[in-house]
Design a protein around this ligand. Structure first.
Ligand code: SF4
Length: 257
């Protein structure tokens, strides 16, 4: 098994642990990965290993490809969700807001019961057009792996300026209309311990999650091949312990093992 680069702009449907039958919308090129993070656990690999040569799909290309696929699926199993994910950070697309508008309109025509989800690393939520677009969708799923700056530098590895306090402020501005997604894992990266399942990381993160007050928290662990090969899954017991802490604070939680 190796890291995976997804077709663009539409892929799947795939069965998602967290979302069900998911038709993927990938706003990055089909021949590489581009992200404002460079996570050591990214299933698409490290940024430097997959530099895309091709251009981003245009808004029109995404709309046409999505409509064609939705028409095709009229006679097959219905998607539970249309999910923006794939080869990097979807909100970096310059026409992200327009593409969300098109997607909501197509969803309403072809599969009105399907949810529209975005998996984002939160780095562009300060942009008003991105914020407004994320506020309109069903599942605004934003990454917050920790609030520890050193741990973020070691594992999520932002490629530009990153201020976790600003990200938290941006998350609070959604006033509950968000889902926080957090990766818990163990093992080593370049000889350094990357275990974020202990109270040292979990408790400050939990306090922040309570302040942000999302409508749900999704916690999960490594499921596929990762570019760093010394990573390990968090155990069921560790995830259950963290899940219980969230639940006891009154916030709904989903745990994917
Ligand atoms: S934020 Fe997501 S796409 Fe970007 S590097 Fe991390 S796991 Fe990969």
């Amino acid at each position: 098994m190796s890291t995976v680069i997804y077709p663009s702009p539409i892929f799947g449907p795939v069965h998602s642990r967290r979302l069900g039958v998911s038709l993927g919308i990938n706003l990055l090129p089909e021949d590489g990965k581009f992200c404002t993070f460079d996570c050591i656990y990214c299933e698409c690999g490290f940024n430097e290993d997959h530099r895309p040569q091709k251009k981003l799909p245009t808004r029109e290309q995404v709309r046409e490809a999505l409509e064609a696929r939705l028409i095709m699926r009229q006679n097959g199993p219905k998607p539970d969700v249309l999910t923006f994910a794939g080869n990097g950070e979807p909100t970096t697309h310059p026409h992200f807001a327009g593409i969300i508008e098109d997607t909501l309109a197509l969803r309403d025509i072809y599969f009105p019961q399907a949810k529209v989800s975005v998996l984002s690393n939160s780095t562009f939520i300060h942009k008003p057009e991105v914020f407004d677009a994320l506020n309109k969708i069903d599942n605004n799923i934003l990454k917050l792996d920790t609030i520890d700056t050193d741990y973020i530098r070691l594992t999520d590895r932002p490629t530009g300026h990153y201020d976790v306090r600003k990200i938290i402020k941006g998350m609070k501005a959604f006033k509950g209309n968000l889902i926080i997604q957090t990766m818990f894992m163990k093992g080593k990266y370049q000889g350094e311990d990357v275990d974020n399942t202990s109270d040292r990381y979990v408790l400050p993160w939990l306090e922040t999650v309570k302040e942000i007050a999302p409508r749900q928290v999704m916690i999960y662990t490594i499921d596929r091949e990762t570019p760093d090969h010394d990573l390990e899954k968090a155990t069921h017991e560790e995830l259950d312990r963290i899940g219980k802490l969230i639940k006891d604070s009154g916030i709904p939680v989903s745990v994917s093992y």
